[in-house]
Design a protein around this ligand. Sequence first.
Ligand SMILES: [Zn+2]
Length: 263
Amino acid sequence: MAETLGVVLKATPLRESDLLVVLYTELHGRISAVARGARRSQRRFAGALSLLVLAKYQLGRKPRGELWSLDGAEVVREWTRLSTDVVAVAHASYIAELVGALLPPESPDPHALEVICALWDSLAEGGPSPGALRAAELALLDLAGHRPAIDQCAACGEVDLASGAVFDPARGGAICRRCAATSRGAGIRPLDPQTRAYLRAVIELDTPAAARAVDADARFTPADRHAARDAMLAMVTSLVGHPLRSLEYIAKLGAAVGRNTPP
Ligand SMILES: [Zn+2]
């Protein structure tokens, strides 16, 4: 039996009474575990099987195949009061899905939990923020070894991206005018200097809490923010190989409330 700090990325019903839980843990990285009987009673898990909770999880060594057993849990910190804010939950769900999709299984990264909790702190302190979400997303892309090129061409290193540059997710980000002639894949879009400046500002501010400042930065228009979002989502979709379910949910949410709720 081992105990490790972690968060739940996803929980799905398994058989009649169990839950299959995907966790990101400090000691083992992303793992899948069976929480026996958790659909009947969560007493043993003390409220630690939901999103927005940092907990100590007691794991049994894999009883079979890939799966660990989750034997107990104890909440360390929780941000569950955010669960009444659908946009905050959507942002948290997106980051959880991103961790699940981008970081390899059973390969712990010391910073991944920090990024997740930093986003939750930022949501709790100031509500949903596009800048904060981009900062968490960029940090996770970085941990996964896929930080997009912003300041130079991902193909040739050219730093003059003033005109004709594109964002090509399959080639790693910014692509200069010359190299863009051979960009052919999905998700390619024009990349203007304003969009690059927005992403540069988020990267320089670094943490989700600090990157919130770009939301109110007079240099940037909603169009810049949307272009930066769309470029990052194209990058994520290209890396994961399919659209994330949380993003489809966010799109529906936006349609349902009659406004654009940008992650
Ligand atoms: Zn180039």
